[in-house]
Design a protein. Structure first.
Length: 193
């Protein structure tokens, strides 16, 4: 996967810097294989989550949303943060009219949606999959920065996040490092209650 240099100068503090060294996998972490966590060597010198996102065209919509919601400075802060970062394709699943409304007229709701993708602390793939394994079939509950909750589970070997509205998103890449946290890439925008 291309490096995730999403300089979210105004987005979510998505620290996409470099790949963590491959760890031995367990049953639950089979969903996060070396292929899914492999990032380009160029990502190893990334800055903050926002800077990492800004450096990768795959996250241009996220960066624009972070800027519109005036979250760039926050996500460039000390952290650490863990960001579940939706790609441009994930944002493309939202009707264009809705996305335009959020980025131009309803930036408060946009900010709530974006902070629903952020978790305080650096939660790497190994820690997340271990927590899912311990939680069992009910899934592992994650409290986000906006106060809402996500449920993480493993389905057919993939880590799935379920949002408050019952929608799901698959984690497609993990452990992209930034100076102020980690980024995990997801394929669908998550919606808070």
């Amino acid at each position: 996967m291309k490096k995730l240099n999403i300089t979210l100068a105004s987005t979510i503090a998505l620290a996409l810097a470099a790949c963590a060294p491959e760890a031995e996998t367990t049953e639950t972490s089979d969903a996060m294989t070396a292929d899914e966590t492999a990032m380009t060597a160029e990502a190893t010198t990334a800055g903050t989550i926002v800077e990492v996102a800004q450096g990768d065209e795959t996250f241009s919509t996220l960066v624009a949303a972070v800027t519109a919601a005036d979250l760039g400075e926050t996500l460039s802060g000390e952290g650490p943060f863990t960001v579940f970062a939706p790609t441009n394709d994930a944002f493309a699943k939202i009707p264009a009219e809705t996305l335009t409304e959020l980025t131009t007229n309803d930036t408060e709701t946009l900010g709530s949606i974006l902070t629903y993708h952020v978790v305080a602390g650096a939660v790497d793939a190994a820690t997340l999959t271990a927590a899912i394994g311990e939680a069992g079939e009910a899934g592992y509950t994650i409290t986000t920065v906006n106060g809402g909750e996500l449920t993480a589970s493993v389905v057919d070997g993939a880590v799935i996040l379920t949002d408050a509205a019952g929608g799901t998103s698959t984690v497609t890449a993990t452990d992209v490092e930034a100076s102020n946290g980690l980024i995990h890439v997801i394929d669908t925008v998550l919606m808070p209650a």
